[in-house]
Design a protein around this ligand. Structure first.
Ligand SMILES: [Zn+2]
Length: 145
């Protein structure tokens, strides 16, 4: 099975890690909707939330809440955040490994969100975010954990 998130867990793929703790890993989204977009994953592969053990389901959200608090406390611009799980391909899950999005929002950023949504089908062509920038954001958020 080729899963990019499992490759990140194994250390075989690059990621800007925010949190590596217990059964969970948090890292910057390589195709961020907005600055500071973090993904939290269980280290054990599962495509759907219902395939996780109840403790993993709870732990995923607990880790997400910690990351969201750290985003808010960090210099990354944020007012509030979205917690989002696309649970399966019909629900726009693009990597078949459960991941919780923590997406920082700032007042008045709705046009940026719509622009990001419009570009979403072409992100692979438009390119990934710069690793140095993602590393900088990850360090800033990790410092606020
Ligand atoms: Zn996986």
């Amino acid at each position: 099975m080729s899963c990019i998130f499992c490759a990140i867990v194994r250390g075989d793929a690059e990621a800007s890690v925010v949190l590596d703790e217990g059964d969970f890993l948090a890292f910057m989204d390589i195709y961020p909707f907005l600055p500071g977009h973090v993904l939290i994953i269980p280290k054990r592969h599962a495509q759907y939330v219902h395939e996780l053990e109840p403790a993993e389901q709870a732990g995923l959200f607990t880790a997400g809440a910690r990351v969201a608090a750290a985003v808010r406390a960090s210099p990354v611009p944020s007012g509030d955040v979205h917690f989002l799980v696309n649970d399966g391909p019909i629900a726009n899950q693009t990597v078949p490994h459960v991941h919780l999005h923590v997406l920082p929002r700032t007042r008045g950023d709705l046009p940026k969100v719509f622009a990001a949504l419009a570009k979403r089908p072409a992100v692979a062509l438009l390119g990934q975010a710069r690793r140095a920038l993602l590393d900088e954001q990850a360090a800033a958020i990790a410092a606020a954990l």
